[in-house]
Write a protein that binds this ligand. Sequence first.
Ligand code: GLV
Ligand code: MN
Ligand code: MN
Length: 420
Amino acid sequence: MRNLAIDAERLWGEIMETAAIGGTRKGGICRLTLTDLDRQVRDWFKARAEQLGCTVTVDDMGAMFARRPGAADVPPIAFGSHLDTQPTGGKFDGVLGVLAALEALRTLHEAGYETYAPIEVVNWTNEEGSRFAPAMVASGVFAKILDKDWAQSRQDSEGMTFAAALDAIGYRGPERCGEHPLSAFFELHIEQGPILEAEGRDIGIVTGVQAMRWYEVTMTGQDAHTGATPMHRRKNALLGAARMIEAIDAAGRAHPPGVATVGRIENRPNSPNVVPGEVFFMIDLRHPDGDALDAMEGIIRAALPRVCEPLGLTFAEQRIWDQPAVRFDPACVAAVRHAAETSGYSARDIISGAGHDAAYVSRVAPAAMVFVPCLGGISHNEAEFSSKEQCAKGAQVLLQAVLDYDRQLAERGGAPQGAR
Ligand code: GLV
Ligand code: MN
Ligand code: MN
C-alpha cells in the first residue's frame, strides 16, 4: 500500500476556520444542533466535499454522507463524527472526526488513489444531546435502536421539536435514515479523558464504549411565599432535588469506575422569593458493566421516595435512554492497531467513557474508533485542546485504518467479515 500522508497544516487550518462558526469569546464553540450556526457549518462541509467531487446526500434525520466513488459497487466504508457542540463546547469534540475524515478523503483525491469500496465522510446530527435529549439520535435511528417518530418529536427547552428544527434549517433530506448500508465505520475523536496524556501515548485503540443511561425526573411540591411560609409548612422541590443530587453522586462513587451526574436542572418558577414548587432534572449514569449500572439505578430509584416523602413532594421519573456497553468489531479494531503500529505511534487499548455515534453504528456495521489525547483530559469545555501534531497523528491513523480495511474488503470481494 502506498503511504499516503495527510496534511497536518491543512487539517489544522480547517479546524480553526470552522471554529469561527459559533466561536465563543473563551475560545470554544457554541454550535447547538439544528440551529442556524449548525446550518452554516453543514453548508461549509457540503461545499468542501463537493469541491472534492463528492456527492452529498442527506437523510431524514439530517445525517450527511459525502461519497467518493470506489472501484466496486459495494457499500461504502464510512468515517466521520459530528459538527454540533455543547453550549460551552471546545473546538475538537466531534469536529476533529469529521474534518480529519474530510482531510483523509482529500488526500486520496489529490493522490488519485482508487479505493475498492466507495469512501464516505459522515456528519451525524445531534450527537451531543444538549438541545434535544438524548444524545446520538441520528445514529440511533440509523441503527434502528431509536424510533424515528419519537426522535423527531423530542423538544428543546423552548418547545420546538427536532423535526421542526430540521425543517427550519433545510436539512431534512430525502433519504430514509437507516437505509444506507455501510461496509464499515471508523470514528476519530479526542479521548475526553486523561489516560493517553498521562501515559504519553499518541493513539488510543478504542475497543468499546461503556454503558450509559439517561433519566428525566420531575419533583413537585408547592410554590409558596418565602417570607410568609414557615419552614415546617414548605414543600420545597429544589431541596428535594439537592438531596437527590447527593444521592446520585454517591451512587457513582459506590460503583467505581461508574460515574453519575446531574448536569441539567430547571428550577421553577426560579424566583428569589418563591419556595420552588417544581424542579426538572436529568440524570446521566455510566459504567462499563451493565450489572453495575443496574445497581446504580437501584440506589437512585430507592432514594427518590425516601427523599420525597418527608418533604411532601411527589415525583415522576422516566428512563429515556439506555445504551448497553459496546464492543467494537475485532477486524476494525485490528485495522486501527495495525495503522498505529505502521505509522510508528505509541498506542494502547482503551474503553471510551464518552458516548459516540460509532457505538450505535456498530449495531449495524463493523465499527471502531481512534482516540488522540487532549490537554488535561478536559472536554465539554471551551478550553478543550489537542495539538496540531496530535490531531494529525489521529487523522493519519484514521486514513491508514480505512485503507487497510478497504484492502481486506477487496480480498474478500466485498463480503462482510466472516461471510462465506
Ligand atoms: C456525548 O458527548 C456524551 O458522551 O454524552
Ligand atoms: Mn463527540
Ligand atoms: Mn461531546
